[in-house]
Design a protein around this ligand. Structure first.
Ligand SMILES: Nc1nc2c(ncn2[C@@H]2O[C@H](COP(=O)(O)OP(=O)(O)OP(=O)(O)O)[C@@H](O)[C@H]2O)c(=O)[nH]1
Length: 447
């Protein structure tokens, strides 16, 4: 499966903006999510209960504590009055009574507001009223000493004070217990929030890493591919294709790059072909022939095989040119070139040696086989009728010289020389014929 097949169609060709936005969203989404969740969680389960606790503290526990303090002042004023009968105790008592009345009222309203059971507070109010009645009775007496009656009243007064204090203590405890419960719940929520914040942090880090991967996959690795593709091409790897599919912008660059590389490849191929071929016939040119002959002679030498060489020259070509014109001469050369290509094996290499001369390299081909090839070519050239100016037709013949090198008997130059001598003989013996060159001696080769 190629890389492109692994990318679902939806993701292919998505723009750079899309990938950057996706990467950023992946990084930031968990942070926003956890921030919002955290806010609602903190607000609903921690802040709100704590605010409630503080509010209860202020609206219930404060009046309770204030009443409890005032009760001791009331007790002190009444008892002191019973002892010394001074009016200042009455004044202090009245002030405390007002305060306790006020606070009891506030307490009752606050507890009702906060949906507490107010039976205790009602009982406390009843006991307070009883206490006020008894206190008023004590404070109306003239004695400055504690007599028997006042003593009884004082005892009952203290009993009532204690009961009221106890009642207020119960109210205080009820509120405190509920506050503690709320506090505990807030603390549990705080712990849960801490875990969630930890998990959120981990998820945020993972998502941020995923965001980095998305940006890396979409941008950095695509750019790396482009860079490595350019490097490979400059290092000579002409077949490498840059595979970039995301983001769209870089995929377009990759497409343009691949297209450009294809054009360069094609131009290079054309140039390479032009450098080794002859423009008129499409056969190998003289330079390539020199290289190919050297290569084949060396190969034959190394493996102890034979290699043959045929040189052909169009007969009376000067006369042909003079009769039909230079363009017709070119047509004749092209026609002979095509005849050669059509009558050779794939391994054989036909070249235009220059002018109206051709050479054929026949690897792993002995003298007799080469002679037969030359004969076949000669016949084919003679039989071919070609058009020279749209209307007229013409024919040419060709003389051919053949030379064969067995093992290390020849160098490229001696093989060529022998084939050339054979061609000369073919011309001498009347043209349109094949002649085979004799073996050259060692001293001839080195001279
Ligand atoms: N049209 C054309 N003529 C060429 C080309 N190259 C060489 N010639 C001509 O080919 C002719 C070769 O003539 P010669 O070397 O005298 O030989 P020939 O007339 O073929 O006689 P033989 O080879 O002895 O049969 C010359 O007139 C060259 O000008 C070419 O590319 N095109």
């Amino acid at each position: 499966m190629s890389t492109i097949d692994k990318i679902p169609a939806f993701w292919r060709r998505r723009s750079l903006r899309f990938w950057l936005a996706t990467g950023m969203l992946m990084s930031l989404a968990p942070i926003f999510t956890f921030a919002l969740t955290g806010y609602f969680l903190y607000h609903g389960t921690i802040i709100q209960p704590l605010v409630e606790v503080a509010s209860k503290q202020r609206h219930i526990l404060q009046p309770v504590q204030s009443i409890q303090m005032s009760l001791w002042d009331v007790s002190e004023s009444v008892v002191d009055f019973a002892i010394d009968g001074e009016d200042r105790h009455k004044i202090a008592y009245q002030q405390q009574v007002h305060q306790i009345d006020d606070n009891l009222e506030k307490l009752s309203v606050a507890m009702e507001d906060q949906e507490f059971d107010i039976s205790n507070i009602n009982e406390a109010q009843d006991e307070w009223r009883e206490l006020v009645t008894l206190s008023n009775t004590i404070l109306s007496g003239e004695s400055i000493r504690v007599n028997a009656i006042v003593g009884e009243d004082i005892e009952e007064f203290e009993l009532l004070i204690n009961r009221l204090a106890h009642q207020l203590g119960t109210v205080h405890d009820i509120v405190r217990i509920r506050n503690e419960k709320t506090h505990q719940q807030a603390l549990a929520s705080l712990t849960l929030s801490e875990y969630l914040a930890g998990a959120g942090l981990v998820i945020s880090i993972i998502c941020s890493l995923l965001g980095v991967v998305v940006i890396n996959r979409s941008l950095v690795s695509s750019m790396d591919q482009l860079a490595s593709g350019s490097m490979r091409f400059s290092d000579g790897d002409r077949e490498h294709q840059v595979e970039v599919h995301i983001p769209r912008e870089l995929a377009n660059v990759a497409d343009a790059f691949n297209q450009m590389m294809k054009q360069i490849r094609e131009q290079e191929d054309t140039l390479e072909r032009m450098a080794i071929t002859d423009g008129l016939t499409g056969l190998y040119n003289r330079r390539e022939f020199d290289r190919l002959l050297g290569e084949e002679v060396r190969r034959a030498e190394r493996y102890g095989k034979s290699v043959s060489l045929i040189i052909g020259d169009i007969d009376h070509f000067k006369t042909f040119n003079d009769s039909y014109g230079h363009q017709a001469g070119d047509e004749a050369i092209r026609s002979v070139g095509q005849t050669l290509s059509e009558n050779l094996r794939e391994a054989d290499k036909a070249c235009r040696f220059g002018g109206e001369e051709f050479v054929i390299i026949l690897p792993e081909c002995d003298a007799e086989a080469a002679r037969q090839v030359a004969e076949r070519v000669r016949n084919a050239v003679e039989a071919r009728i070609f058009h020279i100016d749209g209307e007229r037709t013409a024919q040419v013949t060709i003389s051919l010289g053949v030379a064969t090198s067995a093992g290390n008997s020849d160098t490229p130059e001696t093989l060529l020389k022998r084939a050339d001598l054979a061609l000369y003989k073919a011309k001498e013996h009347g043209r349109n014929r094949v002649k085979t060159g004799r073996l050259i001696h060692q001293d001839e080769r080195t001279s």
